[in-house]
Design a protein around this ligand. Structure first.
Ligand SMILES: [Zn+2]
Ligand SMILES: [Zn+2]
Length: 207
């Protein structure tokens, strides 16, 4: 499995490119900004992008979606409960003082338990609300891509539109029940494992 990480934009979001070595099929998670860097890496690695997966629709995770869609024609995947945020992206970005292009219509509205396949790799959608209503994690092949639900040592904020601390606690508990060896790839900051987060994440003492 190919796993590439690019740190993009002023909020330093982690954009992941996950590819299948055999078929070269790939998916891009959270292309938040700097589309040229992302597209260059895709080209260099000779990958065919099938899906653009947004763990949630905050502007720092979707900013490069328009360019990626145009260049790859991959299917845009998002949870239906983040459609509000997604559709109002220009307003959302302006609140932070950023201008952003309108986003193309999503192609696939996922919900809990849906599967995404690229080549021989298989991932499951986990609906993990709390940071945003439609936050998702991508789980499979020994990795868990968590967006802003879970970081190394902490969790995402719940004071933004649609945030909900109780839901985040439930999502956190659920993720902590996954096998300890699962590698955690968060939306910001360094990677971790479920076992490490179970032991050291400050949120373990809150839930
Ligand atoms: Zn966020
Ligand atoms: Zn973020």
């Amino acid at each position: 499995m190919i796993i590439e990480k690019l740190i993009v934009g002023t909020l330093e979001s982690n954009c992941f490119i996950i590819g299948d070595e055999d078929t070269k099929e790939a998916l891009v998670v959270d292309p938040g900004d700097e589309p040229d860097r992302i597209l260059d890496l895709i080209k260099e690695s000779n990958l065919k992008v099938k899906f653009i997966v947004c763990t949630h629709a905050h502007f720092d995770h979707v900013g490069a979606v328009p360019d990626l869609k145009e260049q790859t024609n991959a299917k845009i995947v998002i949870h239906r409960e983040d459609l509000d945020l997604y559709s109002n992206i220009e307003k959302q970005a302006l609140l932070w003082g950023y201008e952003i292009d309108p986003l193309p219509e999503p192609d696939i509205l996922v919900s809990e338990g849906n599967k995404i396949e690229i080549g021989n790799l298989r991932f499951e959608i986990l609906h993990t609300p709390g940071h945003s209503p439609g936050g998702i994690c991508l789980y499979g092949e020994g990795i868990l891509i968590t967006g802003d639900t879970l970081f190394a040592g902490s969790v995402g904020r719940t004071d933004l539109y649609g945030g909900d601390i109780q839901k985040l606690k439930n999502s956190f508990k659920r993720l902590m029940s996954l096998p300890e060896e699962i590698k955690v790839l968060p939306g910001h900051g360094p990677e971790s494992t479920i076992g490490h987060e179970r032991a050291y994440n400050f949120f373990s003492y809150e839930v």
